[in-house]
Design a protein. Sequence first.
Length: 256
Amino acid sequence: MRIAYLGSWYWDAKTDENIVSNELLRIFGQVCLPFQKQSGTMYPPESWDILNAAVQKAVQTRVGYELDLEALKGNGDAIWITARSKVVRDTNQEIIGLHGTVQDVTDRKKVESALYESECIYRAIGESIDYGVWICDPNGHNIYASPSFLKMVGITQQQCSDFGWGDTLHTQMTPNVQSRRGRNASGPNATGISSTASVVWMDSGTTCWRVAFQFGTTLEKLRVGPVSNLDINDIVKTEAALQESEERLRFALESF
């Protein structure tokens, strides 16, 4: 059990004594105190309150529990454990004790915390810049769309998840975009493919230009393909005005 960082214990209801394994003592790094004295010593008070409520409920309902709790080592360092228990009964189905395990899951909690922090940072970036970001599965079904993307194309998260983003495309661009989506965002071999395309979006009935930069990778069976969409409507209008100005100048020069 040491490899799994798993300790065990047994509480005798008749004697109110705890019998614990050596691995449990190693996990906590201290002598196992009577349960009522574990608050503030083996568990922070708030964690002990949660554990105590679970123990009382287990005795009353005869159903065990499984909890992730913050615990304390003998030197005061905080760790995370998964505590599990089940009720022990005699031949008359009377409760004679509780048997349980304690597993050190501190490393797992650190990984989960790092992943959560990374996701929060990514979402914060996606929701604060002028780029829209969305992620889809291999079938093109939207999993996440940033508020900036939804605002850009004028649809809701639900509409985006229901392939409503296709309704925002100009009719002349839809076949091209659909073919790109089918080639780049689906299929068992869709990995690491990137593409750049200029797309006309219909924003509240008004034609607006967006440039879409797509990149992605496959994680097991889920394809993560963020697409950043930059509003280049003003740039397109400026280019059109410059082109018109150049044509007028060329026409004037050819008239001399």
